[in-house]
Design a protein around this ligand. Structure first.
Ligand SMILES: [Cu+2]
Length: 262
C-alpha cells in the first residue's frame, strides 16, 4: 500500500508551481500598491527602488515558507487512530542545513551592502545647505532657523526654498534647491522625525542630537509627523513643510526675522 506521507516527485512539482504563481502574484501586488505618498525630495527615488527590491526578494521567501508549512500540515497531519503515537525520529540533513544557512546569509549580506550604499547616496552632504534645528516635544514640533538678520527664531511651520526647474511654479512643480540639514533634538521623551513625502526619518532622542538631510524637489506642502509612540497626543504631533519658491521663502524669512526683533 502507498504510504500517504511519502513526498513524491509530483508533490514537489506541484509546490514549485504553486510557489511560482503565488510569488508572481505577491510581487505584482506588492509593486502595484503605492506604499508612500507623492515623492517630494531626491531621496525618495532610491528609497522607493530599495523597497521594490525588498518586496521582490521577501515575497518568494514568504511564499516558500508558507507553501512548505501548509503542505506539511496537510500531508503529515494526525489521522484517526494515531492520537497516542509519537512521530518518527528525525536526524539532521547536512546538505539541507548548509543550503538554508548559506542562501539567507548571502541574501542578508547583499541587502546590507545595497542598503548601506543607498544610505550613503541619499545622505551625502551638499555644499549648499540650510541648517534647521528640529525640537521634538510632547506633542509638537518646533523648528529653529537663522533669520535674515542672523538671529535665531522658532517656527511651528517649516518653509524651505526650491527653485522651479520649469515655467510652472504652483504645487506639484518640479524644483531644485538647497539641501535642508536637520539637527534633531528631543526635549522630553523619544520621538521620531519623519517627512513621509521625502522618506527620511530619524529618531529624536533626549540628550543627543541626531541628523538627517532632505533635498526637496517638488513645490507643495507635505506633512511632518512623529513616528515614535510618544504619549497620549502622539497622533496629533504633526507639522507641515512648505516647499516654496525662493522669492516666497525670502519673504517668509524676512517677516519671521522682523517679527522676532521688532
Ligand atoms: Cu512624538
Amino acid at each position: 500500500m502507498k504510504n500517504p506521507r511519502e513526498v513524491t516527485r509530483s508533490d514537489v512539482i506541484m509546490m514549485i508551481g504553486i510557489g511560482l504563481i503565488a510569488s508572481a502574484v505577491g510581487i505584482a501586488l506588492g509593486l502595484w500598491i503605492d506604499w508612500f505618498p507623492t515623492a517630494a525630495a531626491t531621496q525618495a527615488a532610491p528609497i522607493d527602488t530599495f523597497y521594490d527590491v525588498l518586496i521582490i526578494i521577501s515575497v518568494p521567501v514568504f511564499v516558500l515558507v508558507t507553501t512548505v508549512v501548509l503542505f506539511s500540515v496537510f500531508r503529515f497531519r494526525m489521522r484517526a487512530g494515531e492520537e497516542e503515537l509519537d512521530g518518527p525520529p528525525t536526524h539532521g540533513n547536512t546538505r539541507l542545513e548548509i543550503i538554508w544557512t548559506a542562501i539567507p546569509s548571502i541574501i542578508v549580506t547583499a541587502l546590507c551592502v545595497y542598503g548601506a550604499s543607498v544610505l550613503s547616496e541619499i545622505d551625502a552632504a551638499k555644499a549648499d545647505q540650510i541648517q534647521v534645528t528640529a525640537y521634538a516635544q510632547q506633542f509638537a514640533w518646533d523648528f529653529e532657523y537663522t533669520g535674515s538678520n542672523g538671529k535665531k527664531f522658532l517656527t511651528e511651520q517649516m518653509y524651505v526654498p526650491c527653485k522651479p526647474t520649469t515655467a510652472a511654479t504652483g504645487d506639484g512643480a518640479a524644483c531644485s534647491g538647497q539641501q535642508i540639514k536637520f539637527d534633531i533634538k528631543a526635549v522630553d521623551v523619544i520621538h521620531s522625525f519623519w517627512i513621509p513625502s521625502m522618506r527620511m526619518k530619524q529618531d529624536a532622542v533626549p540628550g543627543i542630537t541626531t541628523h538627517t538631510k532632505v533635498n526637496p524637489n517638488r513645490i507643495g506642502s507635505y506633512p511632518i509627523v512623529c513616528a515614535e509612540l510618544c504619549g497620549i497626543g502622539h497622533s496629533i504631533m504633526r507639522s507641515t513643510i512648505h516647499v516654496v519658491t525662493p522669492a516666497r521663502y525670502t519673504a517668509w524669512l524676512a517677516a519671521k526675522s522682523a517679527a522676532k526683533t521688532g
